[in-house]
Design a protein around this ligand. Sequence first.
Ligand code: PMV
Length: 317
Amino acid sequence: MQITISVPGKLMLFGEHAVVFGHNSLVTSVSQRLTTVVEFSNDDNLILTHKDISNDNYRKSIYELGDGEISKEARFVEISTKNFFQKIGKKKGVKISTQCPFSKKYGFGSSAGVTVGVIAGLAKLFEVPFGKKELFDLSYKTVLEVQGKGSGFDVAAAIYGGTIYFTTGGKIIEPLEVTRIPLIVAYSGIKADTVQMIEKVMKIDNREQIFQEIETITNKARDAMLTKNWEGLGSLMNLNQNLLVKLGVSIPKLDLMIKAANGAGAWGAKLSGAGGGDCMICIAPEEKKAQVEKAITDAGGEVVRVDTGVDGTRIES
Ligand code: PMV
């Protein structure tokens, strides 16, 4: 028996950084999906096939999961498997392969996606019923074990899909009745390091005051989205971006792309995620979309086509 699971990527809309310290955020899932296939193996090994990891299969005894040196690429799969076995109190050899159609460089949440895909796939394979919150808790624990820091918003987007109102550790995960958001998404060409950026923010003296202001904006953004007030949402993006600049996480390339978007008629724009690189998002009137995209491209950005608010974790077969 082979189980195939697919999960969506994510984008942070509002509240990045503040969410790590107990504030709220707005997150959406994106149409690029990551696929995980799991099946039983014939021996006592975890066998991992992924061209990013090795040309040959990666093998590890199921009795040694988590021990010794683990290559970065294998870590999320191996620790997910170890934690799943621990949770259900039994283990068996499994073969796992993952496929990520979108480039990992965009920061759409491939690590969280792999973690959720593996745990959801194993739950189905071992016939252990896992509710969404249970899947979230085990996946979030795994991501923290591997990565050390993070709110878990990427894990929640992968599981719940749609657009969600989220607070750290999944204390609140509230799906919102929001239809497709007419977002433009563009990659800066620079890969960001999330943990490094969180550590940078932790050194800012007046961060708590800035987080409070971000929280107020995020609540207003939630109302704007629910009423499809896209122009209002754009203005709130600009306000959130100013605060991210104060936190020191924007960079000249993102500033340039955001300025270009606004100069070409966007209602507003901001970076999305940790900052230091990765993507920016913006919202523009339909008739100005093409010129905004051109301005972003001229500023050196790469427009990435995505739909938002898509299905969460899906069992494909
Ligand atoms: O860089 P990304 O897309 O992983 O987003 C990070 C967002 C933070 O709020 C800075 C961290 C987090 O886990 O919420």
